[in-house]
Every structure is written in structure tokens, then in C-alpha cells.
Ligand binder design. Structure first.
Ligand code: PXP
Length: 261
């Protein structure tokens, strides 16, 4: 299984001071040394962490394949198409969100952006909620475009349930209020979400979609997702960068790679 390391949080730390340190470019060399398979970054419309110059410098320097997450706005698609990363993952974007909150709305308005990416020979992935409608619509896009595409399954619900069950979060001020319930219920919901992710992976695989997953995966919850047959790649950011503060980035990536292998 491949590991894509999302380096947005390094740029995020830089932006807390609006200076040039730490530089996300440095991370790509460490990631390669640590055995990562891909660099993932998100160029947001508001440029709140990764900037255009980061994208250009990383695209030029990265030995590893580059996966750029972005919204489907045409201006953004044209900008990124000029850089020609290996893959673009389309994600929904809201200005006031802390992080990507849910999967893409898969309406036919996406088609124009997808055609531009296809014509530039950039692999396409759609960040979707793990449900059958999203898989079917993604398969329809693949058929219209006449190229294979991928779906990245949003694991946020799974990750939140896992945090509430397996960490101390439920007793802290950041407790997820909508998931405050007894442990038996949380256990049942978590098992159900793993089963859902398994079924949706199977459906996507049957529909000839490549299947990846990501969001909120960490050193505790990653194994159950890595065990799902058919998922080829995980994209992980926050937990790796958080751990790197204490053990260094190379060690943090190696530890994650060892878990998913
Ligand atoms: N995959 C996609 C499409 C994302 O947008 C993100 C960041 O929100 C991630 C993976 C990584 O999520 P995290 O930082 O929670 O590991």
C-alpha cells in the first residue's frame, strides 16, 4: 500500500509567523529518504498554507510523485495544469472550514475541469464521501472522460469515531459533541463505518475505479483502514507532522509506513 505524505501542516506552521521557516520543500527530501511513496499538498483558494511558489518549487524538485489537492474552479485547474503534477485530487473547499469537511458534490459542472486535467495527462482523483451514489457518479465521470480515474474515500467519520472511542478526546474541551454517547454505541458505530468503507471500496473496485483513502488517519486508527482489501494508497498529514515534532519527520514517516505495511 502506498503512503502519500501531506505536508500542508508544515506550511501552516510557517504561516503562523508569516516568515520562511519551516520550508515544506525540505520535507520532500526527508519523505523520500523515509520511504514515502508520494507527496501530497493542498493549494487552497485562500492560500492559507501552501503558496503557489511552494507548488512550483516542490513540483520541480520532487523525486516522488506529486498529488495536488484543489477545488474545481477553472482558474485553479488552469494554474495547476501548467505545473503538471502526477495527480490532481479534487476536494470541496469552504473558506471558514478548519480542514476539508466532507466529500465532493459530484455535479456535472465538474466535467469541464476534469476534461482539462485529462487533456493535460494528469491523473484524476475525486475526494468522495464513502457512499454508493458517489461511487456511481464517479464511475459515470470516468466513462464520460474515457480514462480511468480514482476515488479517495473520506475517512473523517471513521477517524472521529475512533478518536472518541480510543483517545481521551471525549473528556476534553475539543470533544466532538455530536458523537458524545456511551462506549458500546461508539464501538458499534465504528464497526459499522469500517464495514461501510469495506463495501464501498469493493463497489468502487468493481466499477473500475482506483481506490485511495484519507483524512484523520493516525497511528492508532490506520491499521483497520490499511487492512481493507482494494485500497491502494493512504494520504496522511496531520498525525505525521504532529508526531514529527517529537520524533523527527523521518522517524514519523517510517513509523507510519511500517504500520500500513
Ligand atoms: N486526503 C485529502 C483529500 C485531504 O484533503 C486531506 C487533508 O484534509 C488528507 C487526505 C489528509 O488528512 P489529515 O491531515 O487529516 O491526515
Amino acid at each position: 500500500m502506498r503512503l502519500g505524505v501531506n505536508i500542508d501542516h508544515i506550511a501552516y506552521l510557517r504561516e503562523t509567523r508569516k516568515i520562511n521557516d519551516p520550508d515544506p520543500l525540505e520535507a520532500i527530501f526527508i519523505a523520500k529518504r523515509a520511504g514515502a511513496d508520494q507527496i501530497t499538498l493542498h493549494l487552497r483558494e485562500d492560500r492559507r498554507h501552501i503558496h503557489d511558489s511552494d507548488l512550483y518549487r516542490i513540483a520541480e524538485s520532487s523525486f516522488l510523485s506529486l498529488n495536488v489537492e484543489c477545488c474545481s474552479e477553472l482558474e485553479m485547474i488552469h494554474l495547476i495544469s501548467k505545473v503538471k503534477p502526477h495527480r490532481v485530487t479534487l476536494v470541496p473547499e469552504k473558506r471558514d472550514e478548519v480542514t476539508t469537511e466532507g466529500g465532493l458534490k459530484l455535479s456535472s459542472t465538474l466535467l469541464e475541469s476534469l476534461k482539462i486535467l485529462r487533456d493535460n495527462e494528469i491523473e484524476i482523483a475525486l475526494f468522495i464521501d464513502p457512499n454508493i451514489e458517489s461511487v456511481e457518479k464517479s464511475a459515470d465521470f470516468s466513462e464520460s472522460l474515457k480514462v480511468p480515474i480514482a476515488v479517495e474515500l473520506h475517512t473523517g467519520k471513521y477517524a472521529n469515531l475512533s478518536l472518541m472511542l480510543n483517545s481521551n478526546l471525549s473528556r476534553m474541551h475539543n470533544s466532538i459533541q455530536t458523537l458524545e454517547c456511551n462506549r458500546e454505541r461508539l464501538k458499534a458505530m465504528l464497526a459499522q463505518e469500517v464495514q461501510n468503507l469495506q463495501e464501498i471500496t469493493h463497489q468502487a473496485y468493481k466499477a473500475n475505479l482506483n481506490v485511495y483513502a484519507g483524512h484523520g488517519l493516525n497511528y492508532i486508527n490506520v491499521k483497520d483502514i490499511a487492512n481493507i482489501q482494494g485500497i491502494e494508497e493512504l494520504n496522511i498529514g496531520q498525525s505525521i507532522i504532529a508526531r514529527s515534532i517529537f520524533v523527527g519527520l523521518e522517524r514519523a514517516i517510517k513509523d507510519m509506513k511500517a504500520l500500513i505495511d
